[in-house]
Ligand binder design. Structure first.
Ligand SMILES: [Zn+2]
Length: 301
């Protein structure tokens, strides 16, 4: 099945079981269990032009019980249990590459080629390992933290502190702004030449997501929109590193662009025909930006 959006949802997280150690150990020892290896934040894929994720079983580890405490229980996909594991040994990583005829890939560079299951499981695995690596120490007292609840909590080991840390995403807004029969797209200097996308930015503390849309569009392109004309459409996690993209449409009150050159290299109004005649303008198909643009392309005013 061709994926339309990165935010697929085939994973049953079974989150209520995460703190039940014997239940987790039982799942870990299930012969159906698959383990997703992450090495230096790269993921293991087969060595083909249409890459697929490579999943391990307990047999791939010399001492599986030694690693159970560092495993992250992800949940069930098609009724099979999945765990993520940080492969921090270069020796083990190179053995896996040889044994599986596979390669550790930068996930972002292959994500649009993966199927739904790989996309969801590898993205969450990489993110969880990333989160653990960045939360080794308590932000309150500086002591070491330890993984708990099968990898979904880290707890400060200082008995006087015991601060709990949970994985989370940072909300960001992304918006397709229209004026009459045109839509506003901008580009950053580092993007592929000729590519434009919907405007986006992080939600600031104390702000509603609708306020963030109005502010970002005004700051980046000098375009004024009314709060009442901001309409929520879809969301998409984008875990590079940790954004939750909240997608909107909005109507501009005027079309004069005043560009913030620190944020954008360019911004323009495009007609539907201009985009349809040059589809390379828009970002890759599994992005929420593409979805917002494509819905507008297929809709009459
Ligand atoms: Zn602490």
């Amino acid at each position: 099945m061709k994926r339309e959006n990165i935010a697929t949802n085939g994973l049953d997280r079974s989150s209520l079981h995460r703190s039940d150690k014997s239940w987790i150990l039982d799942k870990f020892n299930d012969e159906q269990t698959r383990i997703i290896p992450v090495h230096n934040l790269t993921v293991l894929c087969d060595n083909t032009k249409q890459p697929k994720g490579v999943y391990l079983t307990l047999k791939d580890f010399v001492k599986p019980l030694d690693i159970v405490d560092s495993m992250i229980f992800l949940g069930f996909y098609d009724e099979m249990p999945y765990f993520a594991a940080d492969i921090n040994s270069d020796e083990l990583a190179s053995n896996l590459i040889k044994q599986k005829n596979a390669v550790f890939q930068d996930l972002q560079s292959v994500i649009s080629l993966l199927d739904d299951r790989d996309c969801e499981l590898l993205t969450i695995s990489r993110f969880m390992i990333f989160w653990h690596l960045r939360n080794q120490y308590c932000g309150k007292c500086g002591n070491k933290t330890k993984s708990s609840d099968s990898g979904h909590v880290r707890i400060c080991q200082n008995k006087a502190c015991k601060e709990h840390y949970f994985p989370s995403m940072d909300p960001a807004v992304i918006v397709l702004v229209t004026y009459g029969d045109r839509c506003l797209l901008g580009r950053k200097k580092e993007w592929l030449e000729g590519m434009y996308s919907t405007l986006a930015g992080f939600v600031e503390p104390g702000e509603t997501i609708e306020d963030a849309v109005v502010r970002e569009v005004r700051e980046e392109a000098g375009i004024i929109i009314n709060l009442d004309d901001v309409k929520y459409q879809h969301s998409q996690p984008w875990l590079f590193p940790s954004s939750l993209m909240l997608g909107f449409t909005a109507k501009a009150k005027g079309k004069e662009i005043i560009l913030d050159k620190k944020e954008l290299d360019d911004a323009c109004w495009f007609t539907r025909d201009e985009i349809k005649l040059n589809p390379r303008i828009v970002p890759f198909k599994v992005s929420i930006a593409y979805k917002l643009i494509n819905e507008w392309l297929n809709k009459g005013d």
